[in-house]
Design a protein around this ligand. Structure first.
Ligand code: DQA
Length: 149
């Protein structure tokens, strides 16, 4: 499958930021892990990161325009308030989007316990660190299979 991974604000700082929460692996190492899992499972994958909401929205649209079959998205803090990202995910239906968070957002501050973007997604994975991206690849395989009946 042709897959797109979109990481939102501050994820480029993984390995440096709040290591007790996000771990010590760098963003580059995390991207390497995602690409390895995708390769092992026979997928073409592109991994991008942006600190800008508009750029993330443009990339969601690009998933539709360029024929990506599934998207994995960690919207970072936009998760908790970006109705524009919710609308963008809705606008590319039926392309499945899986939301991923490195940390268990439900066990953290109350503002993190709401995701305004997850209702537009096929599902959400959180609390498993980079493994969440690997699991999301498997989730997309299933979602695409059920779409193709
Ligand atoms: C995060 C959780 C968000 O609440 C936070 O703003 C992030 C990272 C995660 O991956 O756990 O930037 O999306």
């Amino acid at each position: 499958m042709k897959l797109l991974v979109l990481n939102g604000p501050n994820l480029n700082m993984v390995g440096i930021r709040e290591r007790g929460v996000y771990g010590t692996k760098t963003y580059t190492e995390m991207v390497h892990y995602i690409k390895e899992v995708a390769k092992e499972r026979g997928h073409d994958i592109e991994v991008r990161q942006s600190n800008s909401e508009g750029e993330l929205i443009d990339w969601i649209h690009e998933a539709y325009l360029k024929g990506y079959e599934g998207v994995i998205m960690n919207p970072g803090a936009y998760t908790h308030y970006s109705y524009a990202i919710f609308d963008a995910i809705k606008s590319i239906a039926p392309i499945p989007v899986v939301e991923v968070h490195l940390s268990n957002v439900h066990a953290r501050e109350s503002f993190r316990q709401t995701s305004v973007t997850a209702p537009a997604c096929v599902g959400q994975l959180c609390g498993f660190g980079e493994l969440g991206y690997g699991l999301a690849i498997q989730a997309l395989e299933q979602a695409v299979q059920s779409l193709n009946g």
